[in-house]
Design a protein around this ligand. Sequence first.
Ligand code: CMP
Length: 138
Amino acid sequence: MTERTLTIIKPDSVENNNVGAIIAHLEREGFRIVAARQMRLTEAQARAFYEVHRERPFYNDLVAYMTSGPVWPMCLERENAVAYLREVMGATNPADAAEGTIRALHGTSIERNAIHGSDSPENAAKEIAFFFPAAELL
Ligand code: CMP
């Protein structure tokens, strides 16, 4: 089934000029870009986006990191997009990510792990709506 998911190209990838390589990787894997933009998250936006992690010890660092530079949220479409993006992205910690995955190729730590990907279709719908009004999903 064709499905949509949300990725965020994180500040480390922007800083290291890996945006183009990551987009090319995603397109090569059959994802269509439905919406994309470059932006800098405000602290309030980052706190709200990562609300589910607010009790975790890494929450404040995560918010500080995600607001430290520009990011690229993108809505992606593909067959089985949510699960497939998680496969292409690799494990959260780049040290554990399978060879050839985006996090293995471009991530440098559990925090600076190159990209985010929605973890379920329900969260994907919420995360897409967080960044993009329906009229921008093309
Ligand atoms: P992401 O997929 O964006 O979702 C939550 C993020 O928290 C995760 O990627 C990691 O980059 C970040 N994070 C930082 N420290 C940890 C940790 N110890 N365990 C899990 N996630 C962490």
